[in-house]
Design a protein around this ligand. Structure first.
Ligand code: PLP
Length: 425
């Protein structure tokens, strides 16, 4: 393990300074052990990063070391292990707050974006929305940012309204601003689309919403892996992120919320850790963020996430953004050369996610044949049924890249795609 750790630490550089050299991407790739395996006797090409990212050896080592050396529950014991585990867990909260560009005290740790959005739905929207009021969501939302609002709408009598997109997969901003009427109480919007790759101008959108008195929830699941985050500058009310897409373990994530809103909200889940005092008649709740963190959290997962954030900070999110822009341009250019191939999502500002279809070939058939060539891409509706309905298609193939992917992989992927297409006739 120490060899790879050395490789990782030697490879990362301070890329945010003007004088820094570009990171050594080939060496960085060597930190990801899974990328060296074969699938169906072919070298793996992992282009399903929007689904979940791979983990560097530093993250795997941090989780391993936690269980070997520090494992104990957080905040419940005065013994040495208990306080070490608590420090490690709280350390991860601070690192995540820094990564997201927020102050740590309003950052709730949870299992991921799905939990974070449900927390806002049940603890803010359920008690606050009234019949006839509107929850505005965009056409390009993941089901995690649609279904919780539908459940709340059913219980409150509020209704869902959809902010539409333009054919290139960007938001129709004019229509969105027009839709911000006095009935709208909440806007739930993704920062980056998991299907189209579109980067939404969330700062501008949240400013307009705030002027209109609308509470904003930004789904940052697909932004956190690709962009330097500055949640404070976005000016939203809530921002949700998930750890497994930023090289951390599954079951980790966070919700940032404005302190005054969080303080006024009732707890979402009840249990240990979220209380100050309990009697059979009455409970006083803990302060924010602990009020929303009932039960034993995924401690080892957050220790791993802390290591992932150190790793990403070492590489530099600005460098990652630039690297992925290069990879995206290469992939898009190669795909555009293929006759009968249609890309869904061609907005000017995109993250490295490309959804596409090839005339005459079903997405699932292509994905199955690509798997035989060692290529992992996702096919289907990507948890975004309403978006695919807009484009009138039942499924797409999605190739989603990360900084550890290579130009050679893009070329091999395109060759595998040609082969698969030929087999389908
Ligand atoms: N929102 C978006 C845009 C996503 O891409 C995803 C996962 O793919 C989610 C929400 C849900 O994230 P999780 O399952 O980690 O909670």
């Amino acid at each position: 393990m120490s060899t790879s750790e050395n490789i990782g630490s030697a490879a990362v550089q301070d890329t945010d300074t003007a004088t820094a050299q570009a990171p050594d991407w080939n060496r960085i790739r060597m930190d990801f052990p899974l990328l060296t395996r074969a699938v169906n006797d072919k070298p793996l090409i992992y282009f399903d990063n929007a689904n979940t990212s791979q983990k560097p050896v530093q993250v795997i080592a941090a989780v391993d070391s936690f269980y070997r050396n520090q494992n104990a529950n957080v905040s419940r014991a005065v013994h040495a292990l208990g306080s070490e585990a608590t420090d490690a867990y709280e350390g991860a909260r601070n690192k995540l707050a820094r990564f997201m560009g927020v102050r740590g005290d309003a950052l709730i740790l949870c299992s991921g974006t799905t939990f974070a959005i449900n927390l806002v739905a049940y603890a803010w929207a359920l008690p606050n929305l009234k019949p006839g009021e509107v929850i505005l969501v965009s056409r390009m939302e993941h089901h995690a940012n649609i279904v919780p609002w539908q459940l709340i709408a059913q219980r409150t009598g509020a209704r869902i309204q959809v902010a539409e997109i333009l054919p290139d997969g960007s938001l129709d901003l004019e229509a969105l601003y027009k839709a911000m009427t006095p009935q709208v109480k909440l806007l739930a919007i993704t920062h980056v689309s998991n299907v189209l790759g579109t980067v939404n101008p969330v700062r501008e959108i949240c400013r307009a919403a705030r002027k209109a008195g609308i509470v904003t929830v930004v789904d940052g699941s697909q932004a956190a892996p690709h962009l330097p985050l500055d949640v404070a500058a976005i000016g939203c009310d809530f921002y949700a992120a998930t750890g497994h897409k930023i090289c951390g373990p599954t079951g980790t994530g966070a919700l940032w919320g404005r302190r005054e809103l969080l303080q006024a909200m009732p707890p979402f889940i009840g249990g240990g850790e979220m209380i100050k005092e309990v009697s059979f008649e009455h409970t006083t709740f803990n302060d924010v963020p602990y009020k929303f963190e009932a039960g034993t959290p995924n401690i080892a997962g957050f220790v791993g996430l802390g290591a992932a954030l150190d790793y990403l900070e070492g590489v530099g999110m600005a460098a990652i953004r630039a690297r992925e822009a290069e990879l995206l341009a290469h992939l898009t250019e190669e795909l555009n050369r293929i006759e009968g191939l249609r890309i869904f999502g061609t907005a000017p500002d995109k993250a490295a996610v490309v959804s596409f279809l090839i005339e005459g070939a079903h997405a699932h058939d292509l994905a199955t044949l690509l798997d035989l060539e060692g290529v992992a891409v996702r096919s289907g509706q990507h948890c975004a049924h309403p978006l695919l309905q807009y484009f009138g298609v039942a499924a797409t193939l999605r190739a989603s890249l990360a900084f550890y992917n290579t130009h050679e992989e893009i070329e091999d992927f395109v060759a595998a795609l040609h082969k698969a297409r030929a087999l389908l006739g």
